[in-house]
Design a protein around this ligand. Sequence first.
Ligand code: IYR
Length: 220
Amino acid sequence: MKKEKFIPLENERLTQKEVIEKSTNYYKQISKRRSVRDFSEKDIPKEVIKNILKTAGSAPSGANKQPWAFCVISDKKLKSEIRELAEKEEYENYHGRMSESWKKDLKAMGTTHIKEFLEIAPYIIVVFKKVYDLEEEEKTQNYYVTESVGIAVGFLITAIHQAGLVTLTHTPSPMKFLQNVLGRPKNEKAYLLLPVGYPSKDCKVPDLKRKSLEEISHWY
Ligand code: IYR
């Protein structure tokens, strides 16, 4: 039988006390993360974008296929074009495609079809999922694509927060225009879009409450 190559796990082995401390600190830090819609125009170093993307790219994926592509946009003209196309779709959503109960659920977020952040944030990252891979026009299979890309986006969001920056998971729907405007290959489907930057000086976020541990956990 063929023996696959395995290497030692490099993780430090911590004491229980250290594990409690680290998990508490991480929770305290990550629970401050908020979805932000009010961005500053202040630029951020390209290196930060590279680091957060490398973090996202370290996520687990089905059979390690890494079925994701991250498109980074800082070009002003392209950002304006994306804003225009996104607002066109969102206008249709807010003025007919979304149900009344959906719009009612969104009241607390204060969202409308206007998406200024797409022009103001210094960077937009558009995440694509690779439904299958294309190697020299040959289709090869990917596995658990939606789950894998969702996990990578989770890594990306926490990396952005950890760096002291803010983001928003924006899903202008339908997202086909992103594939067209960015000229992505046919095996890729837009998954979501993340503006990345600093929050504006007077940035406000909705007063939302998170469910308690008792509400979200069931212990057996
Ligand atoms: N995509 C729209 C609507 C929207 C939908 C959900 I669910 C949200 O949590 C927030 C917004 C928009 O971005 O405005």
